[in-house]
Design a protein around this ligand. Structure first.
Ligand code: F6R
Length: 608
């Protein structure tokens, strides 16, 4: 993995694909490379490091090609260096190949090919795949047929893009699990691993499905299944504007996306709220909700934290037993799955390999599945029985902010929907709808805490460790707030329910330690106030985040940030994440971190 670009047409192809790769930089990468057709033959240029390093080499060459492919790599096999960067040649140098994903059987193929005299330049599984494609590309075989035959021999996840001088008017691509999107132009066509890379050039796109091979020429795109049968692609027009995939005046995508959240909430609610009722289209029929006896929410990272909010909500509001699993743990622990249960997959990208694997296990076990997904047409969205889109728009910053808020909001809407369908006497759906209707304004107001969070970040810039505490739903948000600080500012954190501190972590508190305490939940504030005293007695400094109507916590905190009270415990807790996102952002800014692409992380984790 990570970013893929391909172009064929009348423009300077190398410039186009490098621009596409630049638009995919948010995915995180450690090397880049480009292949193009030149008068001297197929040429590959590649460099470890950032795109600028490759651009410098390209500037010396001044290529004028009409066909090019490019890649940004996030290392999975072999170190991030020039040799391991993509594209790779086959043994004869006939094809150049870029690849996202992991070839699981590459070692056995590599051994076999090495015995047959093949020489490999890199340590990558991708180069092995290039050799397999090259071997299949014999006399009288078309490039698309060679790729089709080769992918039949490769196991694992992949998105391939291949060019050759033997058939200079073609780019061939194929995918299994790693996303590929085709872009349609006039006398030119495009390939990318993600839609934002296509938007400056075309809005007409088609998602390449699993087990498909596509042939892209300047005049058209056709596709076949892995059995050789032709298939119709289903192009559609992307409605995102280019500006929504760019920084829009903010220094970083993360800050832009934090500020987009009032609109994100509006978009997420759009078409779903009536005066008395709410409508979530495309869900299961009403009787299914009566049948469901248990919910399992399965996700990774930030999406997992949204899942924890879902658990608290479903159990408290619906009395519906709910478990939350890390996707990477789920399928290895022989999960107990009631046939009447519902498995909910929460994912921004819809491509997270661990979540996809867990989804496939649930499908094998014939469990009902529901996706809460941001990326339309992504793998999870397509494979679940039903999908609710978060409608948050493209999230570019590696650290998820607006997607988390939208995920939690969709879980809230789902909770209201189930309560409505089951006519639950204890749940006031109308009240919930009212609270949610005012939520965009509440988020806007919470954003006004920006300068207070800037000040707090300046003050605690050098904190060696930051505690994130809360009770109930606030303890869930504490986990997410801590993850943000770790990810973007590289500050170690300790997060746990506040009542757990005295069972161990309290030993870490010393003079000047910062504890960020979420206190939006009125029912536990008394207890929380005692926890705060315990911290302060040991020299801890408490930054309390609470609602404006709270008369207790502001009086006992050293510093306090007040968010508007929404009249709903769940929405209050969720709102507290907004100032905490800002706190992480400014901590990262003042500590000089690479905010949008934190070290070691990628936006979409498409390997298990
Ligand atoms: C953290 C973050 C990650 C993702 C996780 C799951 O800011 O973004 O923890 O939440 O990798 O990704 P998705 O939601 O795409 O499945």
């Amino acid at each position: 993995m990570c970013g893929i670009a391909g172009y064929i047409g009348q423009r300077n192809a190398v410039e186009v694909v490098l621009d596409q790769i630049e638009r995919l930089e948010y995915r995180g990468y450690d090397s880049t490379g480009v292949a193009f057709q030149s008068p001297e033959g197929l040429k590959v240029l590649k460099r470890a490091g950032k795109l600028g390093q490759l651009r410098a080499v390209v500037a010396d060459e001044r290529p004028e090609a009409f066909v090019a492919i490019a890649h940004s790599r996030w290392a999975t096999h072999g170190a991030p260096n020039d040799l391991n960067a993509h594209p790779h040649f086959d043994q004869e140098g006939t094809v150049a190949v870029i690849h996202n994903g992991i070839i699981e059987n590459y070692l056995e193929i590599k051994e076999e090919l090495t015995r047959a005299g093949h020489v490999f330049q890199s340590e990558t599984d991708s180069e092995v795949a290039a050799h397999v494609i090259g071997l299949e590309y014999g006399e009288g075989i078309s490039l698309e047929e060679a790729v089709r035959r080769a992918v039949g021999k490769l196991e694992g996840a992949f998105g391939f893009v291949v060019i050759s001088m033997r058939e200079p008017g073609k780019i061939v691509c194929s995918r299994n699990a790693s996303p590929l999107v085709l872009g349609f132009g006039e006398g030119e066509n495009f390939i990318a691993s993600d839609i934002p890379a296509l938007l400056p050039y075309t809005r007409r796109v088609a998602i390449l499905d699993n087990d498909m091979v596509a042939l892209v020429t300047k005049d058209g795109i056709s596709a076949m299944r892995s059995d050789g049968q032709a298939v119709e692609l289903a192009p559609f027009d992307v409605e995102w504007d280019i500006a929504s995939a760019e920084k829009g005046g903010f220094e970083h995508f993360m800050l832009k996306e934090i500020h987009e959240q009032p609109d994100v909430v509006r978009q997420c609610l759009a078409g779903r709220l009536g005066q008395e009722e709410m409508t979530l289209l495309g869900l299961f029929s009403d009787h299914v909700w009566h049948d469901i006896d248990r919910v399992n929410i399965i996700a990774c990272g930030t999406a997992y934290h949204a899942g924890l909010m879902g658990k608290t909500l479903f159990e408290k509001m619906l009395r519906l037993p709910t478990d939350v699993y890390f996707s990477s743990e789920f399928r290895y622990n022989d999960p107990l799955l009631s046939p009447k249960s519902l498995a909910v997959f929460v994912s921004q990208s819809g491509e997270t390999a661990d979540s996809l694997a867990a989804l496939r296990l649930c499908k094998e076990r014939r469990i009902r599945t529901l996706g809460i997904v941001n990326v339309v047409g992504s793998s999870i969205a397509r494979e679940v029985d039903r999908v609710l889109y978060t409608q948050a728009g493209p999230e570019v910053s590696v650290a998820s902010t607006k997607a988390y808020v939208a995920q939690c909001l969709v879980l809230y809407l789902l909770g209201l929907h189930i309560a409505q369908v089951k006519e639950m006497p204890g749940v006031d759906v109308r009240k919930g709808l009212k609270a949610v209707r005012g939520y965009p304004d509440a988020v806007q107001e919470a954003l006004e805490l920006e300068s207070a969070m800037q000040e707090a970040a300046k003050k605690f810039l050098d904190a060696p460790l930051v505690f994130f505490l809360g009770r109930g739903a606030d303890a869930n948000v504490a986990l997410e707030a801590a993850l943000k600080l770790k990810e973007v500012a590289y500050v170690p954190t300790q997060e746990c329910p506040a009542g757990e501190m005295k069972h161990g972590p309290l030993a870490l508190i010393e003079e000047g330690t910062l504890a960020v305490v979420g206190a939006t939940q009125a029912n536990t504030r008394d207890k929380l106030a005692s926890n705060i005293s315990e911290l302060q007695a040991r020299g801890g400094h408490v930054l309390g985040i609470t609602t404006k109507d709270d008369g207790l916590i502001p009086g006992v905190s050293d510093t306090v940030a007040k968010i508007p009270a929404t009249g709903d415990w769940y929405l209050d807790a969720l709102l507290s994440v907004v100032p905490l996102q800002l706190f992480s952002y400014y901590m990262a800014l003042y500590r000089g971190c690479e905010i949008d692409q934190p070290r070691n992380l990628a936006k979409s984790v498409t390997v298990e």
